[in-house]
Design a protein around this ligand. Structure first.
Ligand SMILES: Cc1cc2nc3c(=O)[nH]c(=O)nc-3n(C[C@H](O)[C@H](O)[C@H](O)COP(=O)(O)O)c2cc1C
Length: 263
């Protein structure tokens, strides 16, 4: 990870390390929000980062609905609770019991909510790059979410993505018109701590997949651990976790708040 720059356009080593540190230590936050206010200049920076995301045909299909009102957050939380109860019924046996113990949102505890949307009509019916794969506009708004998430991590802000909603109920709670698609409801705020690993991983729900099983060369399904790239990927995946561990300053917080049984 510390290799010297390969190109005159590369950032300095410090700047590159900061980028990777941000990526490897970003977490989904549910239960660690503080009530400490988020200054507008910080909020503005992370929303600006989102607005600089790539978008198909440069259509910039997003809006950012910033939510501070407790009343609105209660409505959003009610919509979540209904969907969460329905979701529990979709799991069988032990999984259902476990699912019910999970904390999967911080809607009321986080000082700010941000709903990122997609206006699929923003650039008219024919968009460069969306002519054949129609979902590209939705993916563009997701890119905006990721930019915001990473910028927030660099600012010391936690972000939690909540997706357990009936879409119509979320739209109604937020007054989002029918033609606009909600992409992400994000809980945003300062946190007591970040975990070094995804909570679902630390709790044994699912492991992080070995990167060498995910990268194919030339043909779908074709891999070879003797290839230098694959060997390097294995090393870099281990280094990524080391970076995340080193970024977490509070002792003991590589454990998780979730109480999930191994399954
Ligand atoms: C599209 C999307 C939807 C998600 N929805 C939820 C959600 O409703 N509730 C939740 O607790 N986490 C949600 N997450 C967070 C994931 O659970 C989390 O990203 C994953 O477990 C990996 O953890 P990490 O983000 O801390 O690395 C969502 C993430 C994505 C990308």
């Amino acid at each position: 990870m510390k290799a010297a720059s390969q190109d005159m356009h590369a950032f300095t080593v410090e700047a590159r390390e900061a980028i990777y540190q941000t990526i490897f230590s970003r977490r989904d936050v549910r239960g660690q929000f503080l009530s400490k206010p988020v200054p507008d200049e910080v909020l503005s920076r992370i929303i600006t980062a989102a607005h600089y995301a790539p978008s198909v045909g440069f259509m910039q299909p997003w809006n950012f609905l910033v939510l501070r009102s407790d009343e609105i957050k209660r409505r959003v939380h009610a919509a979540f609770s209904d969907a969460h109860a329905e979701a529990a019924e979709m799991f069988e046996g032990d999984k259902r019991a476990t699912y019910k113990t999970l904390k999967l949102e911080g809607i009321l505890e986080s000082p700010i909510g941000i709903c990122v949307t997609c206006d699929r009509e923003r650039a008219g019916p024919v968009v460069v790059g969306r002519t054949h794969m129609k979902t590209m506009d939705l993916y563009s708004s997701v890119c905006a979410v990721q930019n915001l998430w990473l910028a927030a991590r660099a600012e010391g802000l936690g972000v939690g993505w909540v997706s357990i909603f009936n879409q119509a109920a979320l739209q109604e709670a937020l007054g989002i018109p029918k033609g606009i698609t909600p992409i992400a409801y994000l809980c945003v705020g300062y946190v007591s701590h970040f975990y070094a690993k995804p909570e679902l991983e630390a709790a044994g729900w699912l492991p992080r997949l070995p990167i060498e099983n995910l990268v194919y060369i030339d043909h779908w399904g074709h891999s070879d651990e003797q290839q230098p790239l694959i060997r390097q990927l294995i090393k870099d995946q281990a280094a990524a976790q080391t970076v995340a561990n080193a970024t977490i300053h509070q002792p003991g917080n590589d454990t998780t708040a979730l109480t999930i049984n191994k399954s």
